[in-house]
Design a binder for this molecule. Sequence first.
Ligand code: C2E
Ligand code: MG
Ligand code: MG
Ligand code: MG
Length: 283
Amino acid sequence: CAKGDGRDTWRRFDASMGRAIRSRRIMEHDLRHAISRDEMSLVYQPQKRLDTGETIGFEALLRWNRAESGNISPATFIPVAEDSGAIVPIGRWVMEEACREAATWPDHISVAVNVSPVQLHYASFAHDVRTILARTGLPANRLEIEITETALVRDMNRALIALRQIKALGVRVAMDDFGTGYSSLSNLRAFPFDKIKIDGSFIRSVDTNPQAATIVKAVLGIGRGLGLPVLAEGVETSEELKFLADEFCQIGQGYLLGRPSHRVDLAPLPAAHHHAIAHPVGA
Ligand code: C2E
Ligand code: MG
Ligand code: MG
Ligand code: MG
């Protein structure tokens, strides 16, 4: 009886493995056609100064509206696109689309684009970025690329060369999801970052969780010491926002400050709104 159960379990396992492999193959195939089928789009989430509430930029986030299955999270399809190499043309499309959009915004507003390790290690990356800037007319200093630490651990030398080429163009580089990767501190010293983005997992409940608070304060101290502005990701509550503003975190991003949206709101803040953001009425 136990033996029979075991064989059954294996058969079921085989069948579900088979299904998983097939659905991944289909996803890889669909990803290769997603751009020509017009299924990809970008949403933009504001990044705001916490002292004045001013919007200083938007992060471009990729959305895939896949035929029949609807919206699929980038957390699901980006890794598949990375494994299959489809991320290279998709990433190029994201960069061009984001730069073209940002070129229509006021001069002081930047765009941040996520760059996958696979793209960064692709030989022509810096050249592609330069071509896209020229084609869209976006000044290089209004583009920021966001990279995670997994981009750095693959091949440190190759990553350093690519980042130096990008910086030579005048493009800024932010370390994304800081605190969740490997050997964060040595990476900060070895690579020419312009900004640190603290991962949202540390911001969640930063006002009530003493451990999260200690870590966030330490990162802010590192940023101050290195002269790098720090952006807090995933700000969801006014308590989290107040904590961050009180600790002189320079920039915030999160549902509280603005959801990712296809339509970018560029209306200037009324003067009275300044300061109110970090110290909302009643706080
Ligand atoms: P990320 O770069 O760290 O982007 C932040 C993620 O947090 C986004 O998820 C955003 O929608 C979400 N978020 C923003 N505010 C809040 C908040 O207050 N609370 C919570 N819980 N979440 C918030 P999204 O858009 O699903 O993207 C997930 C990840 O997929 C991104 O993380 C990034 O690593 C990757 N990704 C997105 N677009 C691209 C792209 O164009 N290229 C590449 N290579 N990766 C991308
Ligand atoms: Mg990002
Ligand atoms: Mg992040
Ligand atoms: Mg992330």
